[in-house]
Design a protein around this ligand. Structure first.
Ligand code: 13P
Length: 396
């Protein structure tokens, strides 16, 4: 049940001066570890799906597990698409079940970053999805490979941040004040004065990328200066690989289950350490009362058509319906089925699953949908009906 609105979750942290953790999900082991840690600490949590990791796993195959983990949790959970590379990849992430998106255009010049981020906000807000923007540049790559994400650190300017937030309409802003993604030599110097100025110039929650490798005191100061979400991945990857190396040393011939044993617990302990440090432990119940639940909805269309219409004709109509998935943001999938009763009232059904009620509103007024209904469906329909429904959350 506790899949919740991401913006509401971060806003709660912002108002109550703690930070939620957004942990990179690299595989099923990480997913289970993060969820167990959040349950143990009674903490709200963000599951981060980082686009550069998609070469390591099948995103569409992992997402049903991520969504199921979130829905069966007792603590509030949100699912965020992190460091996306384009509008199309953000649409893909929403289709797969993410309820927050961050497309990283921070390496671009200010005005390009602003316009691109505005486009993301326009698309995502139309279907109720939270958007994180980034201003300034945090170099490095989570995990380690700096080559995929090169460049020099560029600090966020407080004056630019104010204009960027106002003109893009982002829900939260990632800032660059000295952290880097990935493994570091030594502890970075963070510019708290700059951070405090950004906090005063903006009213929305601020986000830190490159959460790995900071001292306890640095985390405290970041949170005191307005950070409400901390992205964290390399620290989890490092404890997982350390554990695997130890397993190899103690049993070189062990099978994969021996080599992976203890990885989940090591990741879980690291997540628990972060959740306690960042002040989100014990907050789950109060956060749940403050966040809108995330509820998928369905729009079902039922059609009675002439018996003279051939199977091929019906199939080609349903193919047209399926194309709407790619065209309208917030549509998660479309399923078609045919009545088992030969003379039943309705011959075929089109079932559209949508991210939430805002996505349904967008779907109903989207020109691709009205064109399909008016030009393709209605001319062949003898009778039709539509049903709209939403998940009953307490039964999940
Ligand atoms: P680290 O890998 O340095 O913790 O950074 C993660 C991150 O910022 C993901 O967006």
């Amino acid at each position: 049940m506790p899949l919740v609105n991401l913006s509401d979750m971060i806003t709660h942290a912002h108002h109550h001066k703690y930070a939620v953790g957004a942990f990179g999900v690299a595989n099923l082991n990480f997913l289970e570890a993060i969820m167990q840690a959040a349950e143990n600490c009674r903490a709200p949590v963000v599951l981060n799906l980082i686009e550069s990791h998609f070469s390591n796993y099948d995103f569409e195959l992992l997402m049903p597990a991520v969504t199921a983990a979130a829905k069966r949790a007792n603590v509030p959970v949100a699912i965020n698409f992190d460091h996306g590379t384009s509008l199309a990849s953000a649409e893909r992430a929403i289709r797969a079940g993410c309820n927050g998106v961050m497309v990283d255009t921070s390496a671009m010049p200010f005005s390009d970053n602003l316009w691109q981020t505005r486009d993301i906000v326009e698309m995502a807000h139309a279907c109720g999805i939270t958007v994180e923007g980034e201003l300034g540049y945090v170099p490095g790559i989570e995990g380690e490979n700096a080559k995929i994400h090169p460049g020099e650190l560029a600090y966020t300017s407080a004056t630019e941040a104010k204009g960027f937030v106002e003109r893009t309409g982002v829900d939260c802003l990632a800032v660059s004040i000295g952290t880097v993604h990935g493994r570091m030599k030594g502890i970075p110097k963070l510019d708290y004065v700059r951070l405090a100025k950004i906090k005063d110039a903006t009213t929305i929650p601020l986000v830190i990328h490159g959460g790995t490798g900071l001292s306890d005191d640095q985390y405290r100061k970041l949170i005191a200066n307005g950070i409400a979400k901390i992205n964290y991945y390399t620290g989890l990857s490092d404890v997982a690989s350390k554990r695997i190396r130890e397993n190899v040393t103690s049993d070189r011939k062990g099978d994969q289950s021996v080599l992976l044993s203890g990885v989940r617990d090591a990741v879980k302990e690291e997540v628990e350490r972060c959740l306690c440090l960042w002040g989100c432990g014990g907050r789950a119940a109060e956060v749940l009362t403050q966040c809108r639940p995330w509820q998928e909805v369905e729009h079902i269309m039922l059609y009675k058509v002439s018996a003279a219409l051939s199977e091929n004709e019906v199939t080609s109509i349903l193919r047209e319906a399926n194309k709407l998935v790619e065209v309208i943001p917030g549509v998660m999938n479309i399923q078609n089925s045919q009545s088992l009763e030969v003379d039943g009232k309705f011959r075929f059904f089109i079932r559209v699953r949508l991210a939430n009620e805002s996505a349904l509103d967008l779907f109903k007024k989207h020109p691709a949908h009205t064109r399909f209904t008016n030009k393709i469906l209605l001319p062949i329909a003898i009778e039709h009906a539509t049903l709209e429904s939403k998940e009953i959350l307490h039964l999940l």
